[in-house]
Design a protein around this ligand. Sequence first.
Ligand code: HEM
Length: 475
Amino acid sequence: MSDFPTLRLASPLPPIMHGTLGEFVDDPIHVMRQMWASHGEVAALQDDNHRIHFVFGPQYNHEVLGDTRKFHAQFFAVRGPRKSAQRRVTSGLLSMNGDQHREHRRTVQAPFQKKAVQAYHDQVIGVTQDQLASWNPGETKDIAEEMTHYMLRLTSSLLFGMDIPEMAYEVGRLTERWVDLNHQVGPAVFSADPALLANYEELLQAADELEQAVLEMVRMRRGGQLGMDVLSLLIRAHDMQGGVSDEQLVGHIVLLFGAAHLTSAHTLTWTLFLLAQHPGVMSQLHAEFQEKLDGQAPTAEQVDQLPFLDAVLRESMRVLPASAYSIRVAAETCELGPFKLNPGNPVIFSQFITHHMPHLFPQPEKFLPDRWGAISPSPYAYLPFGAGARMCIGAALAMMQFKISLPTMLGKFKLSMAPEAEVRARVMSTMLYPASSVPMRIERQDGHFTSQPVSGNIHTLVDLPPSTVAIRRAA
Ligand code: HEM
């Protein structure tokens, strides 16, 4: 398929591509594919005023992610004025480095350890069943919107507790709006487009409202009973260890919500979409659910006893990783391949490009869950949750959620794409979003699967098999 560059050309010239950084903001995957195809594993994109370095593949991912002294995280493009709410709500783990990062990470990750995560099992089932109560056989739903709403409810209830759902949901909603404004304003750092800066004041205002809402939540929890939600656990940990202000707690909570909600929603949407387009895989998964679960939601023990579901999720996060790339900045003068970096120079690593390298994953554009029976890539070759000292602290929670949501949804309902759907994807900030609706027809689960053809730029990211409906028509 000509859209997929699989060869990279040896070039005697310095691995620098000249272009505008705006082009990268508009279509990061296209630009990164071009850079990897023409320059290989380390390259730079240069315009009149800026240069960004890129690394692709396990060797350089390791070099950049494995050295937290040389390469710092600087996730939020817009930190806001020094004493602003924007500065405080962006002060979570992804803005910390060195000893401060290590100390705070130890506290923040405690509620997300594998053992702690098992305690959320019943809550995940409860929220999933609530969501499914509004699904009726025969209707068509935009699954991208459904999964975003579902994860908004689930994330707010896990982070803030079930006893104050309205307030928890409101914080979730305010976070969602604030994240969206960050996505709009962030690219202004790379671009001279004044339209992008137009939302700056709105972003500062949204940060202010979000901070107030989270502080109110913290006050309420402190004033009443602490529960088993993540916020209560963090308040307890902070109170016991001392020295962490409510403002810092706000930074952690906002980051946790922002990091958890949309990444999980998009992963679920992409997985349901890939399953709908691969009836053979869906059929295999259905057989596993029938054999192991008999139509019930998985128990806490069964969650880890579904090997084919595990392979489906791994493969979905390989082909369409919710985090398509991420950023570091050089913290000191250092070398990166042929480049000499100065402090502050940005470096991008990309899950998407690494996951699509044919020498690591043969036929990389195909969704082939069975490949996971035969491969065991290194943590720097397969990194949907990042790698190294900043690897996602929510990975175990996210996987547990998916391994409950998918069997619960697909045990009851059969999902297939609505006829003539156009499915588009787009990377905004660092995330691979569904940029269109993903309309799916909902039917009672009967174990018979076919697929519908779809149009849209999704075909430039994943090589979908011919739809079974089309095959039948042609026959
Ligand atoms: C499918 C779902 C998820 C994906 C794909 C994902 C992806 C990632 C990635 C790639 C990173 C590393 C970023 C970097 O190195 O620059 C990261 C970090 C992080 N994630 Fe997740 N994440 C997911 C779910 C969650 C959940 C459920 C939570 C928490 C409730 C969470 C909290 C965090 C935090 C706090 C960090 C920063 C860690 C640090 O800097 O030490 N994520 N995530």
